[in-house]
Design a protein around this ligand. Structure first.
Ligand SMILES: [Fe+2]
Ligand SMILES: [Fe+2]
Length: 142
């Protein structure tokens, strides 16, 4: 499997989001490389960690979009949710049949989805981060 490396073209203009994305790619690469070496229960735990990491990142990103009054936030949230549903489906099949092959499929899908999602959807909020929309509005009140 080809691994996606985080490069400047993936930068969404926020250091924390960039760090999340970077760690995401790295974790997928590390885990894919050790798929055949790890016992399946450990592999299952690592996959679970990756999913918690994804949920944490999505929450954080959604808060950021909210803080900057990004108008298409609901569509973006729906994209996050549908990824989690899709990956949970593969995770369930790994639970009932814990093979390296299914783990690899899950990781490949996660990497493919993430790189595409960053370049298309995440990039759309980039211009809003410098606008300081709702933060300015809040300042008017104090
Ligand atoms: Fe996103
Ligand atoms: Fe993201």
């Amino acid at each position: 499997m080809e691994f996606t490396q985080w490069t400047e073209q993936y930068s969404v203009g926020d250091p924390l989001m960039d760090a999340y994305h970077h760690v995401f790619f790295q974790t997928i690469e590390d885990l894919t490389k050790s798929v055949n070496k790890l016992p399946t229960d450990v592999l299952g735990e690592r996959i679970e960690f990756l999913m918690s990491y994804a949920r944490m990142h999505f929450d954080s990103e959604e808060h950021l979009m909210e803080a900057h009054a990004y108008p298409d936030i609901e569509l973006h949230k729906a994209a996050h949710r549908s990824f989690l549903e899709e990956i949970t489906f593969i995770q369930d099949s790994f639970r009932s049949n814990p093979t390296a092959r299914i783990a690899e499929q899950l990781l490949a899908m996660a990497q493919y989805w993430l790189s595409k999602h960053i370049l298309t959807e995440d990039m759309k909020y980039k211009p809003y981060l410098s606008r300081d929309g709702s933060r300015k509005a809040l300042r008017v009140q104090d």
